[in-house]
Write a protein that binds this ligand. Structure first.
Ligand code: BYC
Length: 313
């Protein structure tokens, strides 16, 4: 088949809402766009383990510790599904990890903020995982099959994570005055960074045009941010807390809240490596990768032995 025939088949798949699969022909820029997004998503999952992992030893009860441990392990699993999905596009995991470790690839801006108190663990689960679900629900219908299927499972687990965070916030917000103040302080610090997770405003989002054309993204950064605000404000009210935004106001004509934009200068700084924890996160990832080399070697040796046994049988 000639190149333009292949392109016609690809376009008609998208038009019919069918999935593109690894062996299908795809435009080179579509492949590159997916590798960029899926790998950055995978990096976000494993870097996201760091701020939460920081609290496993200090969780206030055995139950809280077990639940947090399970959540952090889930994030590691999400990273694995996503790296595997990216590998189906013909890129190696070593190359992807190297891009993370050298600071060449991005990961979500949110994980460059510190988790200072136990309430931050509540705010991360509630707000950060809440924002992640808002974004990932649309990605269950993204046009690339392996990415869409990974998202289905990830979304189920993220729902549990969001409940875990909201439960912590509920205990604190309905607890003593000090606990409530701690919950409010966490909300104050995490609100705007969470809003940044959806990416820059649509007018400054260079990747959106292709992402929407190729049905990688189904909704824009601003549409998802608006949905997140609309969904989260009633939860803040239920907790008896206050959104740290004086301009927040219900707008009947758009059936949604008007809100203040996050500080986009701060966002640019954070994604260029100058956020509060960027250096710390990269150091921790590099250290873990180096110290985990023996585990990867052992897993490969085990796989080789199993293959030999299988082939000899
Ligand atoms: N942080 O043209 P745009 C989780 C970059 S993990 C950093 O709008 P796009 C969790 C963007 O990459 C959740 N960088 O881009 C884990 C681009 O730069 P490059 C992670 C950002 O791709 C553990 C430039 O800015 N979720 O939930 O159309 C524990 C211009 O942006 C950010 C995903 O990764 C950001 N926030 O839209 C708990 C979802 N925003 O690459 C929780 C998958 C933008 O051209 N990704 N940039 O150098 C997406 O849906 C999209 O990639 C985004 C950005 C909406 C994030």
């Amino acid at each position: 088949m000639e190149e333009n025939k292949f392109e016609e088949v690809f376009e008609s798949k998208l038009a019919k809402n069918e999935m593109v699969e690894p062996k299908d022909w795809m435009p080179e820029n579509y492949r590159k766009h997916l590798i960029r997004q899926i790998s950055q998503h995978a990096h976000s999952e494993i870097v996201g383990m760091l701020p939460e992992g920081n609290w496993i030893t200090r969780a206030p009860s055995l139950r809280a510790k077990v639940v947090l441990l399970a959540k952090v392990q889930d994030e590691g699993g999400h990273g694995l599904y996503l790296y595997t999905a990216a590998e189906t596009l013909g890129v190696s995991r070593d190359e992807l990890l190297n891009n993370l470790h050298t600071g060449k690839a991005k990961y979500s801006s949110i994980f460059n903020y510190p988790t200072l108190t136990w309430a931050d663990i509540g705010a991360v689960g509630w707000l950060v995982d809440g924002a992640a679900i808002m974004n990932q629900v649309m990605l269950q219908r993204t046009s690339y099959g392996p990415y869409a299927r990974a998202m289905v499972r990830i979304c189920k687990e993220e729902s549990f994570h969001q409940r875990q965070g909201f439960e912590i916030m509920t205990h604190l917000a309905f607890g003593t005055a000090d606990q409530k103040a701690m919950a409010q302080d966490a909300l104050n610090r995490w609100w705007y960074p969470t809003m940044m997770m959806f990416g820059p405003p649509d007018s400054e989002s260079p990747n959106s045009e292709n992402a929407l054309k190729w049905r990688i993204k189904r909704e824009t950064n601003d549409q998802l941010r608006q949905k997140f605000v609309n969904q989260t404000v009633p939860q803040v009210e239920y907790l008896g807390l206050t959104v740290p935004d004086k301009n927040l106001k219900w707008n009947e004509s758009k059936k949604g809240y008007d809100y203040s934009e996050p500080d986009w200068v701060e966002f640019k700084n954070v994604i260029s490596g100058n956020g509060p924890c960027n250096k710390q996160r990269l150091l921790a990832r590099n250290k873990a990768h180096k110290e985990g080399a023996w585990v990867r070697e052992a897993a490969q040796a085990f796989a080789r032995k199993r293959k030999e046994v299988y082939e000899a049988a």
